[in-house]
Structures are given as C-alpha cells and as structure tokens.
Design a protein around this ligand. Structure first.
Ligand SMILES: [Mn+2]
Length: 329
C-alpha cells in the first residue's frame, strides 16, 4: 500500500491528477510581448512554457516514484486565445474573457478529479489560474483552507488593481471581495476570508494592505519568516486553519528569492530560500491535510539564460515532489 497518501485525511485514492495549464493571459504583457517581438515564431512553442517543460523534466515519473498513480490532463489554449482576442475587455481588466474561459475549463477538470478522491496538482501558468484551482477543490472539499505562498497578495479587486492584470486578483474573486464580475458568472465566492493564510509576502499594493487589514486576513510576510522561522510560520498557519480543514497549497514560485527561481513574471528580491520553500511543501504533506497543490508562474519564456530556465523548472518540480511526499530521509 502506498504510504504517501495513505495517511491523508481527505483523499480516498492514491491517484494524483496532474493538470497542465500552459496559460499566461492573466499576467503583465511586458516580458511576453517583448519576447514575442524577438522570437515571434517560437512563442507558442512548448520550450517556452512551464508545464510542458516540467513534464519533460520527468515530473510524472518522479510522482509515480512517490507511490502515486498519475493521471495527466493536457491543455492547449491557443485556439481559445485567438477566439477571445475578438472580445473587448471588461473595463480596464485585461483579457477578461480569455482568463474566465480558461479558468472555467480548468475548474471543471479539477472538480471532476477531486470528486474521485484524487490529489490535484496543477502546473501553471500564471496565478490567475488560482481562481480555477481553489474553486475546483473547494467545490468538492467543504470548508477548504488555502495556504497562498507568494511575494504578492494577489488580492486586488477589479476596482483596486492599477495594472488590470488578473494574476494580481484571484484571491478577491475567490473570497467574493471583488463582487460579481461580468463574464465570471461561473465563479461564485468559495473561500472565507478566515480560511486563507499567506506566506512570503513582500510586494503588496497599498489597496491590498487595506483589504488584508480590514478583513483581518492572516498574512505572514518575509518579516515574519525572518522573525519566527519558517517552521513556526507553517505551524501557525496549520493551527489557524485547524486540523479538520482540507488544505489547498497555491505556490507561486515568485515567493522564492529570484536567485532560486529567476524565470518568473514578477520576481522580487528578499524571498524564501530554496530550503524554506521546500520546508513549506514537506510540512504540509506531513499534515495529511493537502488536497490540492498549485505550482504557478514557472515561465521559461522570461529567462535570461538556459541556466535560469532549467533552474526554475527544476525547482518547480522539486517543490511538487516535496508536497507529494518526497522526504530528505
Ligand atoms: Mn501570485
């Protein structure tokens, strides 16, 4: 009998559904557009997308090596992107239609797999996909708690965001803080503001700080990681969410220091070390409460060198392995 999810409190199988979501419609255009102008022929090439590169690195075999049965769900959003280009953006929100339709697709896939009692691992893709992943597991696992590991709080509302990039907004959609947004009717509030903990914050917009304070949202910035140490921070998160809470880990690799994960959309210095990132994943696996894992914002298109690409892809894979039960001993 596999040992890894045998001790899981909420899953009923030893299967892990891997959802590959190569999607960048919710992130700043800057890097990608710049890249396009130089490498216009290659931008849709899998070489420049996180999920296929993590799979190519052997991630599925690695997961099987941890005693999981693996089911892979591939996705290709190229056709949908073309179709959505014709839709005019909702107010100043960029690519609203593309983000919504993509997220709805991923949401349905995750709901289906989670209902089978499977672990869900989603490979992103930008963090607007968090709307899909958390709502997908929340549809099956009642009273879901979320640990959102990120340099950013991703909690801007459609009114407070000044960039209009939806990868900065998923938490406000999930919690309902942004209200019902046109075109996102499929997405209903599914996460209480007292069921989310942030770890790793260090680049939070002023309106986001206000939202966090006003709603009394549990947030551990890098200051708190320095102050208490990562083990205490994770312990406080688990205590806060409670032992009877199924947990979804949404890990944005920009939570890591750029020296650890350079190839990502919005790197911010002063981030989690390699070990701190892996500690979070291993400790959450150990809790037996994990039902969903996101590894987000792995973006090989933004690397300045092959080394940066490979480094970021590898760290994405090893975070996933730690969350799925790989231990050092
Ligand atoms: Mn994020």
């Amino acid at each position: 009998m596999p040992t890894n999810n045998f001790t899981n409190k909420f899953l009923t199988t030893n299967s892990c559904a891997v959802i590959a979501a190569p999607f960048s419609g919710g992130q700043p255009k800057g890097g990608v557009e710049l890249y396009k102008s130089f490498f216009i022929c290659n931008i849709t090439n899998n070489l420049f997308r996180g999920p296929p590169r993590m799979l190519e690195a052997g991630l599925l075999d690695m997961i099987e090596g941890l005693d999981w049965k693996v089911e892979i769900q591939h996705n290709d959003f190229n056709a949908l992107e073309k179709e959505c280009k014709k839709v005019v953006d909702t107010r100043h929100i960029k690519n609203a239609s593309f983000v919504s339709k993509t997220c709805q697709t991923i949401h349905e896939q995750i709901k289906k797999h989670a209902a089978l009692g499977q672990m869900i691992l989603t490979l992103g893709g930008d963090h607007s996909l968090g709307m899909a992943t958390v709502s997908g597991t929340a549809a099956v696992h009642k009273n879901l708690g979320v640990i959102w590991v990120d340099a950013h709080a991703d909690i801007n509302t459609v009114d407070s965001t000044d960039t209009g990039n939806l990868h900065g907004c998923p938490v406000s959609f999930l919690t309902g803080l942004t209200g019902q947004v046109e075109g996102f009717e499929w997405l209903k509030p599914c996460l209480e503001t007292n069921k989310i903990c942030f770890i790793g914050l260090r680049d939070v917009d002023e309106p986001e700080k206000k939202i966090l304070k006003e709603n009394n949202i549990k947030a551990f910035s890098m200051y708190h990681v320095d102050k208490y140490g990562i083990s205490k921070v994770v312990e406080m998160c688990l205590e806060y969410l409670g032992k009877d809470t199924p947990i979804h880990l949404s890990f944005d690799v920009d939570a890591l220091d750029p020296s650890v994960a350079p190839s990502t959309g919005t790197p911010v210095r002063g981030g989690l070390s390699f070990r701190e990132g892996h500690y979070i994943c291993e400790a959450l696996h150990e809790s037996g409460q994990l039902v969903g894992i996101d590894i987000m914002e792995v973006n090989p298109a933004l690397a300045l060198s092959d080394e940066q690409q490979i480094q970021t892809i590898n760290v994405g894979c090893s975070l996933a392995r730690s969350a799925l039960g790989e231990t050092l001993l």
